[in-house]
Design a protein around this ligand. Structure first.
Ligand code: PGA
Length: 246
């Protein structure tokens, strides 16, 4: 079952989730354990990342014991490309924190052997002890990460073909649809479901339909976010507009 939590606005949601992450880091680091975070890109998590940076700068929250795994990366885009997720994460989060560079993991969209890269990514998550908390957005296709429909419940980190709806939605960042890659590497649905806790964020009216489908439809590959109903500890953090069809 998916828990839904309504927030007055996205800033309040960002504050609540950032606090949850800070508590997790503080509790685990007290007993000498790392905190493994699964992270997302897109416009939705930006207020959360801004709040984590604020907690680091103003309240002394340290990320020295944090290990991160991003959900996905565009095929063919390297760290210097302004639309790569590696670049996005550095600009919007990692570049402002004290996280060790070696603790940051993002699939390599330019890997010569994508299947090998994906298998190594799964192995690195396992070696880190699994993901403690996975942050997710949701696409209008029902994708989580870049798991476009159809994505099986047992799918693993792999190369995927991007849906045209997703390419169009993301073309605002590229300025031109033709520049948006056709493929990506993404954690699979099974990879995401293995995270011990999941926090999905969705704000605004454009997400209302897909949020309602994810929460209410019978789980199926046709709407990958519905698989989250099988998770034991998954919360959708919403504003009123995104929650209006629930
Ligand atoms: P968005 O993307 O945050 O830019 O809306 C979400 C997603 O595609 O997962």
């Amino acid at each position: 079952m998916i828990r839904t939590r309504l927030h007055p606005d996205k800033q309040s949601a960002a504050q609540a989730i950032a606090r949850e992450i800070a508590d997790l880091i503080e509790i685990r680091s007290k007993s000498g354990k790392p905190t493994v975070l699964g992270l997302a890109t897109g416009s939705t998590p930006l207020p959360l990342y801004a709040e984590l940076i604020r907690l680091h700068r103003e309240e002394g929250l340290s990320f020295r014991s944090v290990i991160t795994f991003n959900l996905d990366e565009y095929e063919g885009l390297g760290p210097d490309h302004a639309q790569s997720y590696r670049y996005f994460m550095e600009a919007n989060l990692f570049g402002h924190l004290d996280i060790p560079k070696s603790a940051i993991h993002i699939p390599d969209g330019r890997a010569a052997d994508p299947a090998g890269e994906c298998a190594a990514y799964e192995a690195a998550i396992r070696a880190a002890g699994g993901i403690d908390l996975q942050v997710l957005g949701i696409g209008r296709t029902g994708h989580i990460g870049f798991n476009e429909p159809p994505s099986a419940v047992d799918s693993r980190t792999r190369w995927v073909h991007l849906d045209e709806v997703t390419r169009k939605d993301n073309s605002v960042f590229f300025g031109d649809l033709a520049q948006v890659p056709h493929g990506a590497l993404t954690m699979g649905v099974a990879t995401i479901l293995e995270a011990r806790r999941v926090a999905l964020l969705a704000f605004g009216e454009t997400k209302a339909d897909i949020v309602a489908r994810a929460v209410k439809e019978t789980p199926s590959a046709g709407c990958p976010a519905t698989w989250l109903q099988r998770h034991q500890d998954c919360t959708f953090h919403l504003d009123a507009a995104a929650a209006k069809r629930l």
